[in-house]
Design a protein around this ligand. Structure first.
Ligand code: COA
Ligand code: ZN
Length: 308
């Protein structure tokens, strides 16, 4: 393992939100809180711990208030919640959320399926949220779902994504996430778009959100990193997916990403043995195997006995 960490990558853990939102089996509030409390000890500076959306849209996360008020917050960790509208923002602020992640899709069709409104209505709601949060300490991030491709419309025009970035900035939303909702991105496309977006957004305000639906997740991370991106979403065990995007499957897997970084000498500050322990507990919690690979294979340094 290379130990010269000349460069850094920030991982935002999203399993409590993106990971659990698609799980068919109810995860008890106490189990969600226990998972987030453990993740809070693993060295993450940011954890997306839930969402405040319609409980009929995402029943799995209908206990957002109890989760956010029940967790043991660690100093230095920013606890984020996904928000679709003003009602979500009101609930989140009351629950003490540190950052609101406002989500709209680049494609009208996916925004209609996911948020049941056109993009114009989402942007208007975000304007209301910005006005509502003035005077509070809460931070704002704007995610652009289907940035790299939409399951209904195919490839998304890069200029469209740039326009949304500018619209978010004009509203006063500082953080920007480019989300590959159904894993349609490829490394060349990622590199090109990240370079363009970084002309308008600082690397510390830009997050890349990849799903591994077509096996290109970590390739896309490296391409984005080479293009200057430094913040990435990932989910323990490779859980995750949007229930309103056909064919959606898991996020890039946090422990696989941290292992990649450790192996090539990029510093993350994440406790990989702890992540592996948590990941290996997921099948019991969820009742099924999870896609992550490192938890099954072990690390390169986990050597086997030589056959006699
Ligand atoms: N939190 C809780 N309840 C909410 C809510 C929120 N943020 N927003 C709306 N609701 C409630 C309304 O009060 C209303 O309740 P009622 O039927 O008891 O009166 C009901 O939901 C419908 O409200 P409406 O404004 O008509 O919403 P909608 O049915 O058009 O749905 C969204 C719009 C945005 C609320 C819904 O599509 C949604 O929550 N989407 C999020 C999907 C998601 O999280 N996807 C994965 C992440 S990318
Ligand atoms: Zn996602």
């Amino acid at each position: 393992m290379i130990s010269d960490y000349s460069q850094t990558l920030i991982v935002q853990e999203v399993s409590p939100r993106d990971g659990l939102q698609i799980e068919p089996t109810w995860v008890e509030t106490a189990d969600k809180i226990a998972l987030i409390n453990q993740l809070s000890l693993a060295g993450f500076s940011r954890i997306e711990a839930g969402s405040f959306v319609s409980p009929s849209a995402i029943p799995a996360l209908r206990d957002g208030e109890q989760v956010f008020t029940g967790i043991q917050r660690q100093a230095g960790v920013i606890y984020v919640a996904l928000i679709p509208n003003l009602k979500g923002a009101q609930r989140a602020l009351e629950a003490g959320v540190d950052e609101l992640n406002l989500v709209m899709s680049a494609s009208q069709t996916h925004n209609l399926a996911n948020m049941r409104m056109r993009c114009e209505a989402s942007l208007a709601a975000f304007g209301d949220i910005v006005a509502f949060t003035i005077g509070s300490d809460v931070q704002l991030n704007g995610s652009i779902a289907t940035t790299f491709g939409c399951p209904f419309e195919g490839r998304i025009d890069e200029d469209r994504v740039l326009q949304i970035v500018e619209a978010y900035q004009e509203l006063g939303i500082r953080g920007i996430t480019l989300a590959d909702t159904t894993g349609m991105a490829n490394p060349r496309q990622v590199e090109r778009l990240v370079r363009r977006v970084l002309q308008r957004v600082s690397p510390m305000d830009l997050t890349l959100h990849f799903h591994n639906t077509r096996g290109l997740g970590l390739c896309n991370v490296l391409a984005a990193y080479e293009a200057g991106a430094r913040r990435f979403d990932a989910a323990l065990g490779g859980l995750g997916g949007c229930p309103f995007a056909p064919g959606a499957s898991g996020n890039i897997c946090t422990e696989d990403l941290v292992n990649l970084c450790d192996e090539v000498g990029i510093y993350t500050g994440i406790d990989l043995p702890l992540l592996l322990k948590l990941s290996r507990g997921l099948p019991d919690l969820l009742g099924h195997e999870v896609p992550g690979q490192l938890a099954k294979a072990g690390r390169n340094c986990d050597l086997h006995p030589i056959p006699t």
